[in-house]
Design a protein around this ligand. Structure first.
Ligand code: T3D
Length: 259
């Protein structure tokens, strides 16, 4: 536990908990630095095969800590976004492991963006998403303008970003913004169960799939087909593919090693 971030590694699953509950886990510079460093460290750790990102207390994350903006040495906003937020979002997308956002409560501003940048979202019934940027005269950042149209389509994205009404868990499920909604006291159990399933998967194939999905919306079908063939060549040459075939033949669960 350091700088408002708790990092726990349990076997192949790492859990990162934003931990400033009195401020709804708002993001200070130390928290952003700690989160970036933790993600980069996990990205390089082949023993970690799935990641959960959640928040302590009643919130997932209230976005930028607004108290910090009053500090005389606060960085200009463009610098803060470029140097502190964007590397976190880039790492979430470039790391091979799947990342689950366990959205335990309100996710506002860059807190919502953090959840959108994860691969899967599972929400507590109390969760809500608030595109709070406009209320304080800012634009959505940390990837919100990129992720939202991909997650919910351009019309709904415009509604969420421009009108800014909160989206509760039931609506988020209806929109496809979250994978599942569960009672709050079952959230981490469900998230760990999902993480365990992902961690038992073939790491190389999951990593290649994650990258292919990210690229898919900016390339045409021919490029996607060529890309899939190339990736299948890589996955098909892996020991994990041989293990998957052997497990199928022997009617047992595969034991993937990530090679
Ligand atoms: O600035 C840059 O560097 C650029 C990057 C920007 C990225 C961004 O994230 S901009 C958006 C920043 N976030 C917000 O504007 C959200 C502000 N918070 C809210 O709108 C509401 O707090 C919530 C909708 C998230 C939750 O509402 P509610 O009624 O459940 O809780 P509350 O009573 O408003 O807040 C509880 C406490 O958390 C309260 O402190 P207190 O009075 O008990 O001592 C409140 O001040 C504190 N808190 C909530 N959000 C933040 C925060 N403290 C600092 N920063 C926050 N973002």
């Amino acid at each position: 536990m350091t700088d408002g971030l708790r990092v726990e590694v349990d076997g192949p699953v790492a859990t990162l908990t934003l931990h400033r509950p009195a401020a709804l886990n708002a993001l200070t510079v130390p928290v952003k630095v700690a989160l970036r460093e933790a993600l980069e460290s996990i990205a390089a750790d082949r023993t970690v095969r799935a990641v959960i990102l959640t928040g302590a207390g009643r919130a997932f994350c209230a976005g930028q800590d607004l108290a910090e903006r009053d500090e005389p040495d606060a960085a200009p906003l463009d610098v803060e976004v470029r140097e502190r937020y964007n590397p976190i979002i880039r790492t979430l997308r470039s790391m091979g492991q799947p990342v689950i956002a366990a959205v335990n409560g309100v996710a506002a501003g860059a807190g919502a963006s953090l959840a959108f940048a994860c691969d899967l979202r599972i929400a507590a019934e109390e969760a809500r998403f608030v595109l709070a940027f406009g209320r304080i005269g800012l634009v959505p950042d940390s990837g919100a303008t990129w992720f939202l149209p991909r997650l919910v389509g351009p019309a709904k994205a415009a509604e969420l970003a421009l009108v800014g009404d909160p989206v509760d868990a039931a609506e988020a499920l209806r929109l496809g913004l979250v994978w599942r909604v569960v009672p709050g006291d079952q959230l981490m159990t469900e998230a760990r169960e999902l993480a365990g399933r992902l961690a038992a998967g073939a790491p190389l194939a999951l990593s290649l799939t994650k990258g292919a999905l990210d690229r898919s919306l900016t390339i045409d079908l021919d490029e996607a087909l060529d890309g899939e063939a190339k990736l299948q060549g890589i996955a098909g040459a892996s020991a994990d593919h041989a293990e998957g075939l052997a497990a199928f033949r022997e009617k047992r669960s595969p034991r993937f090693e990530g090679v």
